[in-house]
Design a protein around this ligand. Structure first.
Ligand SMILES: *[C@@H]1O[C@H](CO)[C@@H](O)[C@H](O)[C@H]1NC(C)=O
Ligand SMILES: *[C@@H]1O[C@H](CO)[C@@H](O)[C@H](O)[C@H]1NC(C)=O
Ligand SMILES: *[C@@H]1O[C@H](CO)[C@@H](O)[C@H](O)[C@H]1NC(C)=O
Ligand SMILES: *[C@@H]1O[C@H](CO)[C@@H](O)[C@H](O)[C@H]1NC(C)=O
Ligand SMILES: *[C@@H]1O[C@H](CO)[C@@H](O)[C@H](O)[C@H]1NC(C)=O
Ligand SMILES: *[C@@H]1O[C@H](CO)[C@@H](O)[C@H](O)[C@H]1NC(C)=O
Length: 761
């Protein structure tokens, strides 16, 4: 969302260990090596890659695809920066339900769990949130009612964060290393990055320890080990100017919101840099009370976003909690008046105006006209460009009688905190007799007229306090606003129709459609490429794994199952393959690895098979022998006229006896043939054959020996009713399941199959 020549980008560029370059459109590109070639990716593309990574991480943890998300932004992000991030989400195919201001996410994460918030009629609870992260310092004041949070104001120092404190340490040690070792760390990027890492560690240690902490880096530059030390009080002295800057945003916040420190119930701090004791002390001193650290300093924002995403997503049930954000920068509109060639200007959204929010403005025009939106306080916006965009309201024409047409223009700060001229319409009287009505300039804010079909929209409407906005420009009273004019009730109702007007928007810093589409396509290709690369790597790893695993087993469990000659040949092949993997085979196509693995398996699989056969064979033979014994015993008892088997037909029992003796013979042959084989030869009988025989034996004998005894005395009892009642029991089982369903349905509606009840307590 920034131009390459933006001084902010230029300052940032100096600190980076990679190259930033200008893009054709004046934007920022990052120069990298990709697939052995130099490539330049736009910042939107790089952000998209990060989002791809996060999406994949989320998907692999959730084990389902992720498309909806909420992304946090610093509250001081301008429209251009917000749109840029939305573009990045679009490149990845993520549906960003909301760009959420960091501090609002923190406040949601704080408030939604609180059970003891004041009732709506009581005084709201005021909580100040303070966040100092890696690069920025942000504060906000929020009012909490039961199930409701309203952001009262925000303030920030976008250039004050943990990295500035690291920078102080780096500068200090650079100077020390220069004088002590005659080395210049700033001359070598690698050394400087290492120094940054070590200084960050040192900073963290100093937060918990006020004694001297050593800094030691081995082989820092030119094979020299360097060392130094620092303690907390020294560090605080070094960072005095940074610490002083903490107060400014706090003062600004209190001034904007007209709050006194006594009004503040709690001060919650988040962000890594708020762990620095001096930072904490400054904040506590300002408010005259201890700061609270009840929120997770590193995850508070992400958790808030996750909660917001659950609220906006129809797939989750979350406790009702309404969030009203505040517009960080006042926004004004500028237009040319038709009559005289003068300009009109009006601040449509004041600082800290509730958001999201829509307003309707009414203009009287004979032709198309232009509106220009801009931040009305450029000095308060950390961005070099105060213009937001130009909007041409097209197709405006005079009425049939030559009079000016009434044009209603809806302007909006949307759920992402982005300003837009969202719709425009021309009001045409259907009957012209009552044209006297033209010039009556009462306009009431209309509700968002989009059909409510979609849960995120419902959410939006819910939050938007729709207020009255009376605003008009009459032909005679150019640029004059009239407040709260009572509607003239006596007026006869004239029929009007609204004609939608096209709006041509020309936004500052907007990616063109073509460029965006190209980025989407490129990102898709790179994701595919990553997949292919992963498959190729997997194929290579499979070869490597096979080599190591087999070599291990050849000198272990497989040893007996391969003859000396084969063992030597195979071992040699494994060693050769290993060497190949690290040399000419290091970077091959997937198929080459697949083929290689096949070659190894040609030798390895028979050994593996012999081993497995030898493991299974004794167990299977034992089972077969057991079954043979079992059926032979029954046959013997039958011959002895045992009561149990008296009902079995003689012919059938003879089939059993025949089968048993055949299988006994087969088994004896198999066992003696196998006895002649050594372990390194393929087996004479395979376990699958033994399984087959076992199956055959059971198939022939089991039905015969398990024949039910006929019940001579009471054939009635042997009726199918018994079976039926058995079935009934089963049905009852199902019924039971069914009867459980409605209970579940009490919590989880059947149509809400995807609903996950989230218990936030
Ligand atoms: C930056 O470049 C844009 C055009 O890409 C130009 O309009 C603007 O004036 C330049 N700003 C500076 C500070 O050079
Ligand atoms: C709390 O409730 C009161 C009364 O309904 C209302 O005036 C006030 O704006 C509410 N505060 C918040 C934070 O919504
Ligand atoms: C911190 O370091 C300074 C300068 O080396 C020294 O004067 C001071 O005594 C040290 N303080 C502690 C608590 O070690
Ligand atoms: C931290 O402080 C304790 C004493 O308070 C000391 O024993 C310890 O060595 C210190 N740790 C470091 C890394 O200096
Ligand atoms: C460090 O090494 C570089 C190149 O090897 C050499 O140019 C430089 O003079 C050395 N610096 C010191 C202080 O020895
Ligand atoms: C929800 O609303 C968005 C924005 O208006 C729209 O793009 C999307 O298609 C809607 N989704 C459904 C399911 O209606």
């Amino acid at each position: 969302g920034r131009a390459f020549n933006d001084s902010f980008v230029q300052k940032e560029k100096e600190k980076l260990s990679y190259d930033l370059v200008p893009m054709k459109n004046g934007g920022v590109g990052v120069k990298v090596m990709y697939m052995d070639e130099e490539h330049i990716f736009s910042v939107e593309q790089i952000s998209a890659m990060l989002l791809t990574k996060l999406k994949e991480t989320a998907e692999s943890n959730l084990k389902k695809p992720v498309t909806d998300c909420v992304i946090s932004v610093p509250s001081f992000f301008t429209d251009a920066e917000r749109r840029s991030l939305l573009d990045a989400a679009q490149i990845v195919g993520l549906n960003c339900l909301r760009l959420m201001n960091d501090m609002t996410a923190v406040a949601l994460n704080y408030g939604i769990y609180k059970q003891d918030l004041p009732a709506p009629e009581e005084k709201p609870r005021i909580v100040v949130f303070v966040d100092m992260g890696h690069s920025a310092f942000q504060v906000s004041a929020c009012a909490f009612n039961k199930s409701k949070l309203k952001v009262l104001g925000t303030a920030f120092d976008p250039f004050l964060g943990g990295r500035n404190f690291d920078g102080k340490l780096v500068d200090y040690f650079c100077a020390e290393i220069k004088s002590k070792y005659k080395l210049d760390p700033k001359a070598k990027v690698r050394a400087l990055l290492r120094l940054y890492q070590e200084c960050e560690k040192l900073k963290k240690l100093m937060s918990s320890n006020s004694t001297d902490i050593p800094l030691n880096i081995e082989c820092f530059m030119n094979d020299t080990d360097v060392s130094g030390k620092m303690n907390r009080s020294q560090f605080e002295e070094l960072c005095a100017d940074l610490l002083q800057r903490i107060e400014m945003p706090l003062l600004s916040l209190m001034e904007q919101t007209q709050l006194k420190v006594e009004d503040v119930t709690a001060v919650e701090i988040v962000g890594g840099a708020t762990r620095i004791p001096a930072v904490k002390e400054r904040i506590a001193k300002f408010f005259g009370k201890d700061v609270s650290t009840t929120l997770n300093a590193d995850e508070a924002i992400a958790r808030g976003c996750a909660l917001q995403c659950a609220i906006l997503s129809p797939a989750f049930k979350v406790r009702e909690f309404s969030v009203t954000d505040a517009t960080p920068f006042p926004i004004s509109l500028l237009w040319n008046t038709e009559a005289e060639d003068t300009e009109g200007v009006h601040e449509v959204f004041s600082k800290n105006h509730a958001a999201p929010f829509s307003k309707v403005l009414t203009f009287y025009r004979k032709g198309p006209f232009e509106l220009e939106a801009f931040y009305s306080d450029p000095n308060g916006v950390p961005y070099p460009e105060s213009r937001i965009g130009k909007y041409v309201i097209q197709n405006v024409a005079a009425q049939k009688d030559g009079e000016k047409s009434k044009v209603k223009v809806k302007v909006r700060v949307n759920t992402h905190g982005i300003f837009s001229v969202s719709t425009a319409s021309m009001v045409e009287p259907v009957k012209s007799e009552e044209s006297e009505d033209v010039g009556v300039e009462t306009e009431v804010e209309s509700q968002d007229q989009r059909p409510i079909e979609n849960s995120s929209d419902v959410m939006l409407l819910h939050q938007e306090e729709v207020r009255k906005m009376i605003f008009f420009f009459s032909p005679t009273q150019t640029n004059e606003k009239k407040g709260d004019q009572p509607p003239e009730a006596k007026k006869p109702k004239i029929k009007v129709k609204n004609v939608e007007l096209p709006i041509e928007a020309n936004l500052v810093w907007q990616l063109g459609k073509d460029l965006l589409n190209m980025y989407i396509e490129t990102e898709g290709k790179m994701i595919m490429q990553d997949k292919l690369e992963k498959e190729r790597n997997d194929a290579k790893n499979a070869v490597e794994e096979y080599v190591y695993e087999f070599r291990d087993k050849l000198s272990g469990p497989y040893e007996k199952f391969v003859c000396e000659k084969d063992l030597q040949g195979f071992s040699a092949l494994l060693t050769e393959t290993e060497g190949w993997l690290y040399e000419e085979g290091e970077d091959e196509a997937k198929q080459v690895y697949v083929d290689k693995l096949e070659d190894l398996k040609k030798l390895g699989t028979p050994i593996e098979m012999r081993y497995q056969e030898a493991e299974e064979r004794p167990k299977l033979l034992e089972e077969l022998e057991y079954r043979l014994q079992y059926y032979a015993t029954i046959a013997g008892e039958f011959r002895n006229k045992d009561e149990k088997y008296i009902h079995i037909d003689e012919m059938e029992m003879m089939k059993v006896e025949k089968c048993v003796s055949e299988v006994v013979e087969w088994m004896n042959n198999a066992v003696s043939a196998q006895a002649k084989k050594s372990l390194d030869q393929d087996p004479a009988v395979h376990s699958s054959e033994i399984k087959g025989k076992l199956q055959e034996l059971n198939n022939v004998c089991e039905p015969v020996v398990t024949q039910p005894k006929p019940k001579v005395d009471s054939p009635k009892e042997e009726n199918p009713l018994n079976e039926q009642s058995d079935y009934k029991t089963e049905d009852m089982g199902d019924d039971d399941k069914n009867s459980e369903m409605p209970q579940q349905n009490g919590e989880c509606h059947p149509s809400d199959q995807n609903t996950i009840s989230m218990d936030l307590d």
